[in-house]
Design a protein around this ligand. Structure first.
Ligand SMILES: Cc1cc2nc3c(=O)[nH]c(=O)nc-3n(C[C@H](O)[C@H](O)[C@H](O)COP(=O)(O)O)c2cc1C
Length: 315
């Protein structure tokens, strides 16, 4: 797709404005971590200051990482499998060298953080609690080195511990991003609430696999990868609905949102804001298109604000 003439930027519609955990956003759509670079990679396609609600930056870790070797992305019917492996320059490099360049855009930034231990998560939150960062998004889908590499996000006790440790060292809103690879997502969301977390975002990717039948080898360099895109939407929507009924902290819903209708479904299920990831890999302007479709819905039903539909689904 060629770059867009940004003289045709769509100005923010006040009826789409939301305040999520004290973060004022011009619309409820956040660019999902890992699918939007840090934002400027898309600046020729979308007006970051007017058309994007917020950006969750590429997942950061204490030290820089090259990510996984081999094939990192595989298309699936209605989705994408990825095993990028958190390629990033490290938290301190980000704060010193990347963040200053992002601050010229008028859009809130969430620092998406991963770590190998509870203490490292706290260090990450402290290091990223700087001007220019609106909130900390804690990615608990990464492996816990103190627990034989089991993901933090599958154990409610560990999730509560991580949330408490992060909460203690930062004044920024703490949003914990939940893994769907669990039996009871509500139990995990309750652990975030008990640990003092301000919000939850869900879902991260579902663990999957693809095989190259000619080489008789896994298609992805890391054998398993995370599934995202339309294939995961019904699962994500169900989880958002369950979590909305189970906790009192506000939810960011994501997983397979491709259209305004999808985003509205997530808000009706209980999300106060949404994130869009894989859709941006198909259409770099997806967030703007989805915002326009949401504005059309607001007009169609004569709503005062998009916030009127949060949790509005009834049985
Ligand atoms: C290529 C790729 C990289 C991702 N990297 C991260 C990451 O660094 N941190 C994170 O929390 N989630 C990461 N995710 C997960 C997305 O942020 C999102 O939770 C997931 O893709 C579901 O949303 P979607 O279906 O709209 O893409 C990544 C997803 C993809 C496809």
């Amino acid at each position: 797709m060629s770059e867009r003439d940004l003289n045709n930027t769509v100005m923010p519609n006040p009826k789409l404005a939301v305040n999520y955990c004290g973060i004022a956003m011009k619309n409820p759509i956040i660019a999902a971590s890992g699918t939007f670079g840090n934002g400027p990679e898309y600046k020729g396609y979308i007006d970051l200051s007017n058309e994007v609600g917020a950006i969750s930056v590429k997942g950061l870790t204490p030290k820089g990482r090259h990510g996984n070797p081999g094939t990192r992305i595989a298309e699936t019917p209605s989705g994408v499998l990825n095993c990028i492996g958190l390629e990033n320059p490290g938290a301190e490099h980000f704060v010193g060298h990347v963040l200053p360049g992002l601050m010229k855009y008028d859009v809130p930034l969430l620092a998406n953080v991963s770590a190998g231990s509870v203490a490292e998560f706290a260090w990450m939150a402290e290091t990223l609690s700087v001007d220019g960062i609106a909130g900390i998004e804690v990615n608990v889908s990464c492996p816990n080195v103190e627990c034989e590499g089991m993901a933090f996000g599958v154990d409610p006790k560990v999730v509560e511990e991580v949330t408490k440790a992060v909460r203690k060292v930062t004044n920024k809103p703490v949003i914990v991003k939940l893994s769907p690879n669990v039996t009871d997502i509500v139990e995990i969301a309750k652990a975030v609430e008990a640990g003092g977390g301000n919000g939850v975002s869900l879902i991260n990717t579902l663990l999957g696999m693809a095989i190259d039948i000619h080489r008789r080898k896994p298609l992805l360099g890391n054998t398993y990868g995370g599934l995202s895109g339309p294939a995961v939407k019904p699962v994500a929507l169900r989880m958002v609905h369950q979590v909305y009924k189970g906790v009192n902290i506000p939810i960011i819903g994501l997983g397979g949102i491709m259209t305004g209708t999808d985003a509205i479904e997530f808000m009706m299920a209980g999300a106060s804001a949404v994130q869009v990831g894989t859709a941006t890999m198909v259409n770099p302007n997806a967030i703007s298109t989805i915002a326009k479709q949401m504005a059309d819905y607001v007009e169609q039903y004569n709503l005062n604000s998009i916030t009127d539909i949060v949790g509005a689904v009834h049985q």
